[in-house]
Design a protein around this ligand. Structure first.
Ligand code: FES
Length: 299
């Protein structure tokens, strides 16, 4: 009589085997799908679905295998005399035979399991392509498209004149030719009609009371879009950072770690607002060793 501990824990082992094989096959095909989608730069949602199917198939298959087809414990042996009787030898031969049968029977599952893991391991190497072929940002993080004499334009691409804003007004502007640029988005405000010196060295940056600051919040990059003329403050709606424009958009409240960079303005011979040069520091949230990199970059 065979040992019940080694018996399958299901009355339908073939059905369970087939189910496990289907699970492993689903996992295998999902891995191939994942790799192909990644290679073709397919939608992220599809990548997520394939990724979930890989682990779902593999997980269900392994659990079913362990639960229904593997010998179950507890395995407790009585201590026997240290001699091998004829009966023991016969029992061993029978147990060995049963094991061999079981191994033969589940060869397909074993192969599928190895294939699933092998293909999955290969699929995991593919994303390295993103690292090896990735384009480095170079000096992009340090510059916007504003330069000497670049005209400020509205979201419609129209150049901004000195008559664009009344006192207390605010408007989003971009460097000419780069409407919609993420790094060039700038908030133009007019707190007063006379030049407003926000810091020493910025005496010429505010023609007719116009001030321009980067719209990219220095906290997490949200667009700073609200201007409160009463307090002369800019407000970031994401986490309520508040910047005092009369002191160079220094932060007076909220998590922003540094002021909004100011764009030096001038008026060209046709009466349009232009930038004197690019922002004199990187816009947006900080990145590692910003100061050291920026100094090194300028040198
Ligand atoms: S992104 Fe502006 S306060 Fe957080």
């Amino acid at each position: 009589m065979s040992d019940p501990r080694y018996a399958d824990r299901t009355s339908r082992p073939k059905t369970v085997e087939r189910t496990i094989a289907v699970c492993f096959t689903v996992s295998l095909l999902s891995t191939v799908g994942f790799a192909a989608t990644y290679w073709q730069t397919g939608p992220d949602m599809l990548l997520g679905v394939f990724f979930a199917m890989i682990f779902l198939g593999m997980g269900v298959g392994v659990i079913a295998w362990g639960k229904y087809l593997m010998p179950q414990g507890p395995f407790v042996e009585e201590r026997h005399p240290l001699t091998t009787t004829e009966e023991d030898k016969q029992e061993f031969a029978e147990a060995f035979g049963r094991g061999a049968d079981s191994i033969k029977r589940r060869k397909l599952l074993g192969k599928l399991f190895v294939a699933v893991n092998g293909v999955f391991a290969i699929a995991l190497i593919i994303p390295l392509r993103s690292l090896l072929g990735a384009k480095t940002p170079g000096s992009e993080l340090y510059h916007t498209n504003f330069g000497k004499g670049t005209r400020l334009v509205t979201v419609n691409g129209e150049p901004v004149t000195l008559a664009a804003l009344d006192v207390g007004g605010a408007q989003t502007v971009f460097p000419e030719g780069y409407v919609g640029s993420a790094t060039g988005q700038t908030i133009l405000i007019r707190p007063q009609t006379t030049p407003l010196v926000t810091k020493p060295g910025r005496e010429t940056w505010s023609p007719a009371g116009y001030l321009a600051f980067s719209k990219v919040c220095t906290h997490a990059g949200c667009p700073v879009g609200l201007y409160l003329q009463e307090f002369k403050e800019l407000l970031c709606p994401c986490h309520q950072s508040v910047f005092d424009v009369s002191t160079g958009a220094t932060q007076v409240f909220g998590p922003a770690p540094r002021p909004l960079p100011q764009l030096p303005l001038a008026v060209n011979s046709q009466g349009y607002l232009v930038s004197q040069h690019d922002y004199d520091e990187p816009i947006g949230p900080g990145f590692w060793s910003r100061g050291a990199l920026w100094n090194g970059h300028n040198s």
